[in-house]
Design a protein around this ligand. Structure first.
Ligand code: SAH
Length: 218
């Protein structure tokens, strides 16, 4: 097993080769990716591969996204540090930690009770205090905490869930994969003067968002 120092070297290399070389340029995103110890968010048996250019299994048929995809999504949100953020699909909590580094406060919803519990514990141990994790169907958003400056959904849906549109603040940004179960596009949505502007950005493959405004469970 690599030491913490070796992991730090791997992390620096990940930022250079997978992010900077592929045009991720927001210094706040790059710094956050340098700080958050990704290896602590993956199961022990995959820690050796934590900084590779690929997604990894986190159990319960779920995955932690490839570092580049996480950085790409974070960069599209153009966060400055003051944002109230909704994350749907906490999973390992890795992206949650990055959001907590980049914004003011993160509300994260996870459907799997065990994943929510594990990631909550991990984020506590790492000392994050501006994160709240909820168990539930994030396709319905989190009405009690709305509106949000930024919404990030890390599971795919056939279309943009209506409640999420309603919970996005004026001038807010949302990013999520939209498409069918096999393939999707990351789409960024800006709320401008109460209209929603969609931008199709990158072809991706995410696990499905299972819920009322996502896919049905099969
Ligand atoms: N960003 C995560 C990746 C999570 S994978 C990470 O960094 O690890 C997608 C997650 O979305 C899974 O954990 C899955 O359980 C969750 N999910 C799927 N449908 C959901 C829903 N309706 N509400 C909340 N979470 C959901």
């Amino acid at each position: 097993m690599p030491t913490e120092e070796e992991f730090a070297v791997q992390r620096e290399r990940m930022v250079r080769d997978q992010l900077i070389d592929r045009n991720i340029a927001d210094p706040r995103v790059l710094d956050a990716m340098r700080r958050v110890p990704r290896h602590q968010f993956v199961p022990k048996e995959y820690q050796f591969a934590a900084y590779r250019d690929r997604p990894l299994s986190i159990g319960y048929e779920q995955t932690i996204s490839q570092p580049y995809i996480v950085a790409f999504m974070l960069e599209t949100l153009q966060m400055s540090g003051h944002e109230i953020v909704l994350e749907v699909g906490t999973g390992s909590g890795y992206q949650t930690a990055l959001l907590a580094e980049l914004g003011a406060c993160v509300y994260s919803v996870e459907r799997h009770r065990m994943l929510a519990r594990q990631s909550g514990q991990r984020l506590d141990e790492l000392g994050y205090e501006n994160i709240e994790i909820y168990v539930g169907d994030g396709s319905q958003g989190l009405a009690d905490m709305a509106p949000f400056d930024c919404i990030i959904v890390s599971a795919s849906a056939p279309s943009l869930p209506k409640p999420l549109m309603g919970q996005l603040r004026e001038a807010g940004r949302l990013i999520m994969p939209i498409g069918d179960r096999r393939s999707q596009y990351l789409e960024r949505v800006w709320r401008v003067d109460n209209e929603f502007q969609f931008e199709r950005l990158l072809q991706v493959m995410f696990v499905p968002l299972i819920g009322r405004y996502g896919f049905k469970e099969i």
